[in-house]
Design a binder for this molecule. Structure first.
Ligand code: FMN
Length: 176
């Protein structure tokens, strides 16, 4: 395996949710890169129904956390994913939204930033749409919070002894 392939696989293998952030901003360059990666995220039939609202205002970040996005309040930036909200294409929109969220997280991680994928709960989507001026018919559910990782806080948290199931329970050879 080439060194480049090994590095890329190691990066992908190690990407995790980061929920603790230091109280400092992220660079404009990093944010621009994250958004550029998001813009190039693939979508079903290349319909590109996802958009992102970049939230930096501390009071709006608080509102996101009050609406279920538990990590937003401490983040430097929250990326609120907005999709079209077409009931006939809900399954595809949700799939696209997941791809978008993961790519935003990967791009943040590539910059050495921490990111977490969160979802709005209960009345959260309606409240966030109203606060951000998003038309009511749009789908708003997923928020990606991004910030400078608080390494000390992350290391202080207890580690899950088995963060993933074993390979033998994950990959099946020829038959399930
Ligand atoms: C659809 C989806 C919704 C999630 N919602 C939340 C959430 O609301 N809050 C949160 O802290 N993490 C949320 N997560 C993160 C998962 O809990 C996390 O990926 C899982 O625990 C594995 O953690 P790791 O990636 O750090 O190993 C969500 C992840 C996904 C894919």
């Amino acid at each position: 395996m080439s060194e480049e392939a090994r590095d890329r696989i190691r990066f992908l293998r190690r990407v995790r949710q980061v929920r603790d952030y230091r109280p400092e901003p992220i660079s404009d360059e990093a944010l621009a890169d994250i958004l550029e990666v998001g813009r190039w995220s693939g979508s079903a039939s290349n319909r590109q129904t996802s958009e992102v609202v970049v939230v930096r205002d501390p009071r709006t970040l608080q509102l996101l956390t009050a609406s279920g996005s538990n990590t937003a309040a401490k983040a430097a930036v929250a990326l609120v994913i907005v999709t079209q909200g077409d009931p006939a294409r809900e399954e595809l929109e949700v799939f696209d939204e997941g791809r978008m969220a993961e790519r935003l997280l990967l791009a943040a991680s590539a910059h050495g930033l921490g990111a977490s994928i969160t979802t709005l709960k209960g009345e959260g989507p309606a409240n966030v749409k109203a606060a951000l001026g998003i038309p009511a018919e749009r789908r708003v559910k997923t928020v990606v919070a991004v910030g400078v990782p608080d390494t000390a806080a992350i290391q202080a948290k207890p580690k899950n002894p088995q963060p993933r199931k074993p390979m033998s329970e994950f990959a099946h050879s020829d038959r399930y």
